[in-house]
Design a protein. Structure first.
Length: 395
């Protein structure tokens, strides 16, 4: 076995990389990650420098992590500004740090890619050792799957700290008879009267405004469709004063190389597109990523970003819809709290010891927050039990 650090995914054949995962999560596909590198989405001045970790058996790739050297915490969605501030107060450099994640994507998915489960702890051991050898403050693995927890526990020498957070996900769970919702009316029938009425009113306002929707999948997306969606994306980032990382060439790349994954909902009025939502489709999940609008209409955001996605999942037989990070307003629309995970290896033993109780206290607070949210589900009592929150991560 040999360890190699890769400055670009172009150093790995797509077939070798994609043999390390089951293909159900589009964000770890070679086409997605290499597309970010090739089409101007990752810039060192924005803090992203590819630094992928790979394990080889001769010429065969057996394990890998998509990873980056970070000069800031931009685009990560696991907030560690307090940690960086603590380092600065003690005259230490927190950056650069090493991050295993998917850039700009707070989406749970595999991070320890490997042909065999026994090879996953090798990645963590190598990451910690190389982190120390390169003089980095820390290594981080964001939004990893629950099934990868055992690899972190198995890796005894790393002492990886755990953090958790809450996102809001839609799930079409089977009931005791194995039945799932088949259409939007069945979905709404599971709501209490107040919340059901509110959603119907929101959808009716959009329809009365003359808005119709067109679902565009990657294989059918014209260049005009992609340019329109990218324009909406730029509009949203301009409104909030943020840097738009995704380029139009990257969207063209997704439509060309991952046509089965790209899904766009375009809102049109009088033949003109006025809003849009960009999503990616996985094995059983729709992932909402970006939206934008050039017209302000009551309910347009909820319809474009949430209800069109739910409709799509019900039509296509998808059982999960993850519309993005944050947003308590999602709860009233049927998106219930789900835990997301991250792990952190701190090189300095003193800082590691100080952060351990900090992480423990944060986790207790997040769990209490999730319990409070679960008391305000919009579902009727029986349905609320079926749509219970995801299994909590361990201590």
């Amino acid at each position: 076995m040999s360890i190699r650090l890769l400055a670009s995914l172009s150093e790995v054949a797509p077939a070798q990389w994609d043999a390390l995962h089951d293909g159900r999560n589009p964000f770890v596909a070679h086409a997605f990650l290499s597309g970010l590198e090739q089409h101007g989405c990752l810039r060192e001045e924005w803090g992203w420098a590819p630094h992928h970790l790979s394990v080889w058996d001769g010429d065969a790739l057996v394990a890998a992590m998509p990873a980056y050297l970070k000069q800031n915490s931009h685009g990560e969605f696991v907030f560690d500004h307090a940690w960086a501030h603590a380092y600065a107060q003690h005259g230490r450099d927190y950056f650069p740090k090493w991050l295993a994640a998917v850039p700009y994507s707070p989406v749970t998915g595999p991070r320890l890619l490997a042909r065999e489960d026994a090879q996953r702890p090798l990645l963590l051991s190598a990451m910690a050792q190389l982190c120390e050898r390169q003089g980095l403050s820390s290594a981080h693995v964001n939004f990893h799957e629950a099934g990868e927890d055992s690899a972190f526990e198995h890796e005894a020498g790393g002492d990886w700290l755990q953090r958790i957070d809450v996102q809001y996900h839609w799930r079409n769970e089977a009931d005791a008879q194995g039945r799932r919702w088949q259409d939007f009316d069945q979905f709404l029938a599971a709501f209490d009267h107040k919340h059901r009425k509110n959603i119907r009113q929101e959808r009716a306002k959009v329809a009365r405004a003359g808005v119709v929707f067109r679902t565009v999948e990657g294989r059918d997306a014209s260049d005009a469709d992609l340019a329109t969606m990218h324009r909406f994306y730029l509009t949203t980032f301009a409104e909030y004063g943020n840097h738009p990382a995704l380029t139009l060439d990257f969207l063209r790349h997704l439509a060309r190389s991952m046509p089965q994954s790209l899904v766009i909902f375009l809102a049109e009025r009088e033949g003109e597109a006025i809003a849009g939502a960009l999503c990616l489709r996985g094995g059983d999940t729709l992932y909402g990523r970006y939206w934008g609008a050039e017209v302000g209409l009551p309910g347009l955001h909820f319809e474009t970003c949430y209800y069109q996605g739910i409709d799509y999942c019900l039509r296509e037989g998808l059982t999960r819809f993850e519309p993005g990070a944050q947003g308590e307003h999602k709860l009233a629309r049927g998106f219930l709290p789900s835990f997301v995970r991250s792990r952190h290896w701190i090189a300095d033993p003193g800082f590691r010891g100080a952060l351990r109780p900090w992480c423990r206290d944060e986790a207790a607070s997040v769990r209490q927050y999730a319990r409070t949210l679960s008391l305000h589900t919009p579902f009727k009592a029986v349905e609320a039990q079926t749509q219970a929150t995801a299994t909590e991560p361990g201590p």
